[in-house]
Design a protein. Sequence first.
Length: 144
Amino acid sequence: MLDARTLTKLERLFDLQMWAFGCDARHTDGNLFARRGMQRTPAPEGSGLSSTWSELNVSLSSLGLRVTRGERSLFLQRGPLAPQLRDQSVELLADLAAWVLAWEAWVDQTVSDAWRDEALASRRRPAPWNARELRALWAELLQA
């Protein structure tokens, strides 16, 4: 299990990344998830969710993100993460970190390396980290 300090940092990191994903979906040149070739599936009827975008073993919606590998699955949504992290699913955090890092690299190459900083700067609340620091924290999580 993650210690309290790491868990708090992960909650802030995940919240900021979800904001960034929302900006990617609303990009002025079109939805970046569609541009990457991710498959859109409608939200389940009556769920109140927006559509879901999936790639490989990652599903992303306005509610949160699901990482699936084999029989194991980890669903994270904004807010306290401790109840969402079960011992058997914590190992999927490394898969999530690797996917986010690959996504961020693709965004830099495809859109611009300034896009993420622009997206983070558009928040009402100041972002606790810039794009470089955001990536470094995901890389740190990958190594943990």
